[in-house]
Write a protein that binds this ligand. Structure first.
Ligand code: HEM
Ligand code: HEM
Ligand SMILES: [Fe+2]
Length: 445
């Protein structure tokens, strides 16, 4: 760390991991409900728990991205953030909107649009907030000495993510139209512009951790950006198969979404390749493990498990079942959860000046979270396949099927407990680093 303003990243990371732990609490409420223990129902019904779980997920990932940007951009641009005060205001107001939305869900103040449950009036506050964030980033880049490919790819991802939020705010009375544009946010985020943010963070980490030349690493970024756009944009069609739009989407969606894993494969090959090529002298080995783990698990969770249900012939049966939850968990965790964790693991020693590299607790957190999440994915997968068969082949009624598959949620709770223990250890380790400070890293106040 070279710039005092980078310290603001710490508070974004601290908020992110605390919201993640709240997300997990709601995950358990749903897990137990699936197992047949739905005692909370009158206070927190399943739909509320689900909206809170998934919205907290998006909020903490975005906080992780913002924190990473506040760390990366000054270093890449060689310039302090233009306003640290504004960055703190932006954090606090972002949290305030998030908390308001989540309290609202418990009071039935929500829109029943999966992932975009946040009511439109609050959307406007999100827009103002994100504009402030982008303003700080863009102004810093503008004033900075350098504009590197890494910082530009990351910034491009952040700007496009903000723009793509807008189509989701248009009001439609027509369900098909509403669904059509909802995917511009949900799909084009995770299978489009967020991949650019991830690619940028990945490149930054690999430059720092492997010691391979920037030129080599940044060349790969062009390949990743190219593959992402080539496949991801028209790949949106895999959500249009049976929503009431033209049949052409069966072909377009099928073909282009089958190509989407290529971008994730490129990221995995890229990270492993740079790891093998580099001198690996950096002492923060755990950050390197997280980085490699991200590249590999994102390929499995997003690429392979996405591909598993992306053809129209398959999706006709699996749509909206626990097969989707199987893929949703490993894709979100493997790509975006893990890239944020990689970055936090890399940044903490630099922010605080404490060289707690490669500790036993840190390693245990790594293995428990990742093995736990793979276990959860398998549990969801087995439950999902049973659900598809009973509900859509045999023709049993939805509720009856849910009862039949309750037994699979025992393993889900078990593996989720493993995952949650890993997260608790990670959080413990995070706070053991202490607060960020200038003194420890030799910056004059
Ligand atoms: C350890 C704790 C967790 C448990 C017990 C848990 C459990 C659940 C359950 C039961 C559902 C609802 C499935 C349904 O609709 O029937 C769900 C949804 C979801 N969870 Fe989790 N979860 C946990 C952690 C996470 C984490 C860490 C992530 C992401 C990094 C995540 C991402 C998601 C997503 C994306 C959905 C929506 C899936 C879909 O659209 O079908 N969850 N979770
Ligand atoms: C990191 C990247 C990815 C993430 C975080 C992710 C996450 C998700 C989530 C949360 C859903 C449920 C959305 C909803 O119903 O509102 C979903 C659905 C879906 N994803 Fe992904 N995904 C990723 C990449 C991919 C890729 C690369 C493919 C294809 C190769 C894919 C194929 C699908 C399909 C076909 C569905 C629809 C499932 C259904 O009909 O219920 N995903 N994904
Ligand atoms: Fe998609």
């Amino acid at each position: 760390m070279k710039y005092a303003s980078q310290k603001v990243a710490y508070w974004f990371f601290a908020s992110a991991i605390l919201l993640l732990s709240l997300q997990i609490v709601y995950g358990f409420i749903m897990g137990f409900a699936h197992l047949g223990y739905d005692g909370w129902h009158s206070v927190i019904p399943f739909n509320t728990a689900r909206a809170v779980h998934t919205n907290l997920l998006v909020v903490w990932i975005l906080l992780g991205f913002m924190g990473s940007a506040y760390y990366i951009i000054p270093e890449e641009a060689q310039h302090e953030l233009v306003s640290v005060k504004l960055a703190y205001i932006q954090l606090i107001s972002f949290l305030a909107v998030g908390v308001t939305a989540i309290v609202g869900y418990h009071l039935n103040y929500w829109e029943g649009r999966k992932f975009l449950e946040i009511p439109r009036p609050l959307d406007w506050l999100v827009v103002i907030n994100v504009l402030t964030f982008l303003g700080i980033i863009l102004a810093t880049l503008y004033k900075g000495k350098k504009r590197t490919t890494t910082s530009l790819v990351m910034t491009m991802g952040l700007v496009f993510a903000a723009l793509l939020y807008l189509p989701g705010m248009i009001w439609f009375d027509n369900q098909t139209m509403d669904s059509f544009f909802r995917w511009w946010v949900v799909h084009l985020w995770v299978e489009g512009v967020w991949e650019l943010i991830m690619g940028g963070i990945l490149a930054f980490l690999l430059i720092k951790l492997t010691g391979v030349d920037r030129e080599v690493i940044e060349k790969w970024l062009y390949v990743i950006v190219g593959l992402t756009f080539l496949s991801g944009i028209l790949g949106t069609g895999h959500h249009y198969y049976y929503i009431g739009v033209g049949k052409i989407w069966l072909i377009v969606g099928g073909i282009f979404s089958m190509l989407e894993p290529l971008a994730f494969l490129a990221m995995a090959l890229f990270a492993v390749g740079m790891y093998r090529k580099g001198e690996k002298k950096h002492p923060n080995k755990l950050a390197l493990y997280w980085t490699l783990g991200t590249a590999i698990l994102s390929f499995v969770g997003a690429g392979l498990l996405g591909m598993a249900h992306t053809l129209p012939q398959v999706n006709m049966y699996t749509h909206g079942t626990l097969v989707t939850a199987m893929h949703g968990h490993l894709a979100f965790w493997g790509a975006y959860g893990m890239i944020v964790f990689s970055f936090i693991t890399f940044a903490m020693p630099n922010l605080t000046g404490r060289k707690l590299y490669d500790t036993a607790i840190g390693q245990l957190a790594y293995w428990l979270t990742n093995v736990g999440m793979i276990g959860m994915t398998i549990a969801f997968g087995v439950a999902g396949v049973a659900q598809v068969y009973l509900e859509r082949k045999v023709g049993l009624e939805f509720g009856a099927v849910q009862q039949e598959i309750e037994v699979h949620f025992f393993i889900l709770i078990l593996t989720a407990s493993m995952f949650a223990t890993g997260i608790l250890l990670f959080i413990y380790e995070f706070f053991r680093f202490g607060k960020p400070n200038n003194e420890a890293i030799g910056i004059e106040e």
